[in-house]
Design a protein around this ligand. Sequence first.
Ligand code: ADP
Ligand code: NI
Length: 196
Amino acid sequence: MENNVLEQVSSYIYNRFSHDATGHDFYHMRRVAKMAKRLALLEGGDPFISELAGWLHDTQDPKLTENLSEAKQEVMDLFEYCQISLEEQEQILVAMEAVSFKTGHRIPRSLEGKVVQDADRLDAIGAIGIARAFSYGGAKGQALHSETSEETTIRHFYDKLLQIQGLLNTPSAMEIGQKRHDFLETYLHEFYEEWM
Ligand code: ADP
Ligand code: NI
């Protein structure tokens, strides 16, 4: 039953996000879902709720949807189609809510919300985080780096990526994050050395 639901949800996400070029493609959703499940198992949260909320975490992001109420209705229809109980629906929605607030450093209300937020943030650092940042920068036509004070992708490292380790909720995410954070520092060091 749970596997069936996860399959339905992932194929919904596949159809919805397969054409995204803003760093929110299907594989971002899959990594966040898998990482949320892994963190939930380590932290004693509900792995099923966390994984589902991970798959769905970006479905109600205003910047990724033209019609927010339609996007919300689609998720409700999916819940109904998958016969997810009302209690579980509520838990999933609670776990998704803090992720959608990009700028507000909101602390999620549930442990499942904490692991989903952590999983989303972990995907913005480390090797994949760096790739996503340059991909986003390329899509926006932003320079890699600049010696004046422009918006650049290297600047995004300081504005956001290097802050992430300090914003994680759970000890398990902090442990995984440390390696990724160190990798950002190593990367920047090499970058400046090559820049000359
Ligand atoms: P979220 O999925 O948390 O809403 P964003 O939409 O802010 O995140 O970012 C999606 C991806 O694009 C992330 O990997 C993020 O680091 C990257 N990104 C966002 N803004 C910039 C920017 N100004 N320059 C480079 N990368 C960015
Ligand atoms: Ni995301």
